[in-house]
Design a protein around this ligand. Structure first.
Ligand code: 0RQ
Length: 499
């Protein structure tokens, strides 16, 4: 591909970026994340640090990224500020040590916050693309994330032109940015497959200061093998949804599904795909993982609107070898649209996300271990949960070999409140919280979702709670967390110790 823009190496492009600047990178999960330029920027930062000069940048992305972006920049101690979601272990350490300022946000609001000026100036957009025209038309790659907004807002643009991606990706994206208040109109999506925007992102070509040719695949990690617990959770969700359909609370044509990231989400989708009682369904989601590829091939999933194709190398090859087939069935949207509350509410999404812990009121913590240690971030789980037709959270009933109960009297941090969480699922069973008062919820969650090793302790806690609308003891509600911090095992809880 010839291009009229300055072609340079990643190292040369990294030299254009200054200390203290903010960069909007492409990447929504490792899919479509910039790779060579951030890796080169990390090398530059190390060189600057060795020479005694400060070098840190603010990093905005779509969501998490790959090891060449968050991993390399964290390792080089080159990140001053990071938003909105990340999953790199090294960066997580720096965030929790207070070395990196991390601002967790609902993913759907990141682009509008950038437009409103809430995130400060964006000096550079560094975006992976699979094609670029002389007039500044950019065909994005395996995710959209917030790239369309960063490209428009940034002072300068660096494109990583990934030549390993088929240029035939043209047509897989649907790029649309809403107007800003006070004159915002509706987003005219009425079905998961509706196209409302442009397949390319057009930018002012004068802003493109560098094109870096690359051919690196996405740095997507492999999935862990399913466990008995993840399979059982998948099964429980599938059986619950079948019963809902049979009861007439889900239409016989079914509803579009959203599913989070990770092994549990992958297992849930696999189970839904296998269930012959669920009709072929659509997805309106933010991340499309491996398990959906065979479902698209065999027609169990008829259409998937997503923000990212987060695929292992094998699944990626499958899709790209048969791209025309998948282009008819998959659409990539900006995160502002894939996660937009307006669309989620309108088309009636069934949302399925993963919890770290759930409390007896039905409040969910998706982000912080023991209240203070950030795991990844809220991601899109709040965008979907709050606005879903039916919101489901699942998790194994215990963590860390049984020493932690995922069902606790009160969550140590709250991301999704009892007002938004409708159904809780563990490998033990399903607690359907709709229409239940706080006392009924507490009993349902203990009986149906808590691990048997914790049920008695949780029932004892309920006996010790004050009378009132909600069963809560201000003195004891974090007792199980305190016990874990004291003895390393929540099973040792003795409520008398904490009264
Ligand atoms: O720790 O990695 O040390 O083994 O948390 O837990 O069970 O492997 O599950 O990978 O699906 O992650 C909520 C973090 C779950 C994720 C969360 C420990 C556990 C393990 C991971 P190890 P699992 P997953 C779409 C929607 C928020 C964003 C979201 C997440 C590690 O799903 O980040 O949903 N969600 N976005 O041992 C202490 C507990 C624990 C615990 C689990 N109660 N206490 N540790 N762990 N429960 C995606 C996007 O928005 C892009």
């Amino acid at each position: 591909m010839s291009t009229p823009f300055p072609v340079m190496t990643a190292a040369e492009a990294a030299e254009l970026i200054g200390h203290g600047q903010t960069i909007g990178f492409s990447g929504f999960t490792a899919a479509g994340a910039a790779k060579d330029v951030p890796a080169a920027l990390a090398v530059r930062a190390k060189r600057e640090h060795a020479a005694g000069r400060p070098f840190k940048v603010g990093v905005l992305t779509g969501a998490s990224t790959g090891k060449s972006l968050d991993g390399a920049l964290a390792e080089a101690e080159a990140i001053s500020f990071r938003a909105p979601y990340q999953s790199d272990a090294g960066l997580r350490k720096q965030i929790n040590a207070g070395q990196v300022r991390f601002v967790d946000m609902h993913l759907s609001v990141v682009p509008q916050n950038a437009r409103y000026g809430f995130l400060g100036p964006i000096h550079f957009a560094v975006v992976e693309a699979c094609d670029i025209t002389a007039g500044g038309g950019i065909v994005l790659s395996t995710s959209v994330g917030a790239s369309n907004t960063y490209l428009r807002l940034a002072d300068k643009i660096i494109i990583e032109l990934n030549e390993s991606l088929s240029p035939q990706m043209l047509g897989m994206h649907d790029l649309f940015e809403p107007q800003d208040p006070p004159t915002r109109a509706e987003i005219p999506i009425f079905n998961a497959s509706d196209r409302i925007g442009s397949p390319i992102c057009t930018v002012d070509p004068r802003k493109i200061v560098a094109v870096v040719r690359t051919n690196r695949p996405d740095e997507t990690g492999a999935f862990d093998k399913p466990t008995a617990a993840t399979d059982q959770i998948g099964d429980n969700v599938a059986r619950f949804l079948v019963a809902e359909m049979k009861a007439g609370r889900i239409p016989p044509t079914f509803l579009p599904l959203q599913s989070g990231v990770g092994n549990i989400a992958n297992a849930v989708l696999a189970a839904l795909g296998e269930s012959r009682d669920i009709p072929p369904f659509e997805m309106y989601t933010e991340v499309l993982q491996d398990s959906v590829v065979p479902l698209l091939e065999n027609g169990r999933c008829t259409f998937a609107s997503t923000c990212a194709l987060t695929l292992s190398l094998e699944a990626h090859d499958k899709v790209f070898k048969n791209l025309d087939f998948f282009k008819q069935r998959v659409l990539l949207r900006p995160q502002e649209i894939s996660n937009h509350p307006e669309i989620v509410r309108r088309i009636g999404i069934v949302s399925m996300n993963t919890a770290i812990e759930v409390d007896l009121g039905g409040n969910v913590n998706s982000t912080h271990v023991m209240g203070s240690t950030m795991m990844n971030g809220i991601g899109g789980s709040g965008d979907f949960t709050r606005n879903a037709y039916l919101s489901i959270f699942s998790c194994p009933s215990t963590a860390k070999g049984g020493m932690i109960s995922a069902i606790v009297p009160m969550v140590s941090h709250m991301d999704h409140s009892e007002h938004s969480v409708q159904v809780v699922v563990t490998e033990q069973g399903v607690a359907d919280l709709r229409g239940k008062d706080p006392h009924e919820r507490a009993h349902l969650i203990i009986n149906n979702c808590a691990h048997p090793a914790y049920r008695e302790q949780l029932r004892d806690y309920l006996k010790l709670t004050e009378a009132g609308h909600a069963p809560l003891s201000l003195a004891l509600s974090l007792g199980m967390h305190r016990e874990f911090l004291a003895s390393g095992d929540m099973r040792n809880i003795d409520w008398a110790k904490y009264q």
